[in-house]
Design a protein around this ligand. Structure first.
Ligand SMILES: Cc1cc2nc3c(=O)[nH]c(=O)nc-3n(C[C@H](O)[C@H](O)[C@H](O)COP(=O)(O)O)c2cc1C
Length: 350
């Protein structure tokens, strides 16, 4: 099957692939630029930016915004200004508005937003010429976003990413749904989302599937199903350009699908992770007390959370594998090496 280009608003990528802006720092400027150069949509992650372990930082929001601006400029330069560079921003972030406004000021090409419903996203973007892409996990959630955007901002999404119950990171599903993924599989979700797109006059809205894509055949399967493209997370974690230390990439490589479990995250959603020492502790209800200088998540209560997810993901970034948290999708068996991202995109050529 020939892979067609993916057009979203005024942006066209050679391949129907969006690289997920995975936090913390996996979706680095280097990875996003490499993906843009290889012919996909490159996405910078916006969680855990800057020197966030430095508790002297009195203005956390401004510090993160400054760090993000630097990353966007770095990625732009490394991708020769090609118009396929964006950010991923989680609704759960305390500095959501400031992150979006920084991305707008730095003239990114697209903004992907999930981990909560991005109901206010158009308000913070204003009339900037930026593609807005919500991430949703049900037709109902999508309809709520679309209705709100039309009513309050007279704005429609430029594409939509559908995250299924088997995808990586935080999940917009109940534990019961996660245990019975067939009840909300990506083929079923496509029907729900298409219904909403038709109802609101967007029959051709680009619709992307997220979950378990690790090779060209996986992309072709989703295109045959009726999706216009895919967002790839887990398989890109061990790309050479991804922002975390090699020691942490090796944890993903050494793990198998049998090592995966689900815990409740301080973000307030279930999250799929590799079963490490830290995760065993969380599963047994044991708390790792911590102090929190800046409250990075709206939903986290530091007095009650079992652990600090920001610190754990920073540990993953730095290669401190004993204290790290390793979020992943269901396809770890396909993650077996560190490789240059171009190698993956070469398999998409005809
Ligand atoms: C380590 C990791 C970090 C992630 N971080 C984010 C994030 O910061 N924001 C977000 O919207 N999604 C995040 N996700 C979810 C991805 O964007 C993507 O939809 C998902 O990983 C797709 O499934 P796959 O991992 O099976 O490819 C993350 C996923 C992983 C594995």
């Amino acid at each position: 099957m020939k892979l067609h280009p993916l057009k979203i608003r005024n942006l066209t990528a050679q391949y129907p692939v969006i690289q997920s802006g995975m936090g913390v720092r996996i979706g680095s400027a280097e990875l996003a630029a490499a993906v843009v150069n290889a012919g996909g949509f490159g996405t910078i992650s916006t969680v855990g930016l800057g020197d966030v372990n430095n508790t002297d930082i009195t203005n956390y929001f401004a510090h993160c915004s400054e760090a993000l601006a630097g990353l966007i400029r770095q990625a732009r330069e490394a991708s020769a200004g090609k118009k396929l560079l964006g950010i991923n921003v989680m609704v759960a972030l305390a500095n959501y508005k400031e992150i979006v406004q920084t991305a707008v000021a730095e003239k990114v090409d697209f903004i992907i937003s999930g981990a909560g419903l991005p109901l206010q996203l158009p308000e913070f973007v204003g009339d900037a010429d930026i593609a807005l892409i919500p991430v949703i996990s049900s037709g109902r959630a999508f309809e709520l976003v679309v209705k709100t955007w039309i009513r309050k901002y007279n704005r429609l999404p430029d594409a939509v990413i559908v995250e299924g119950p088997r995808c990586g990171g935080h999940l917009g599903f109940t534990m019961e749904q996660i245990e019975h993924p067939e009840t909300c599989s990506l083929d079923k979700l496509l029907v729900e989302v298409k219904e909403v797109s038709l109802k609101y006059g967007m029959p051709d809205l680009p619709t992307l599937a997220a979950g378990e894509v690790a090779c060209r055949a996986d992309i072709e399967n989703f295109l045959r199903m009726g999706y216009d493209g895919v967002q790839i997370g887990t398989y890109f974690i061990t790309a050479k350009e991804a922002g975390i230390a090699d020691a942490s990439k090796q944890v993903f490589i050494n793990a198998t699908n049998d090592d995966i479990t689900i815990i409740k995250s301080p973000v307030g959603l279930p999250v799929r992770v590799i079963k490490t020492k830290l995760v065993q502790k969380v599963l047994s209800g044991e708390r790792t007390p911590f102090t929190c200088p800046y409250r990075c998540l709206r939903s986290c209560n530091p007095a009650q959370s079992l652990f600090c997810i920001a610190r754990a993901l920073m540990a993953t970034w730095s290669g401190d594998v004993d204290n790290g948290l390793f979020m992943c999708g269901c396809n770890l068996d396909s993650v077996k090496k560190i490789y240059p991202i171009q190698e993956f995109f070469d398999t998409l050529k005809d």
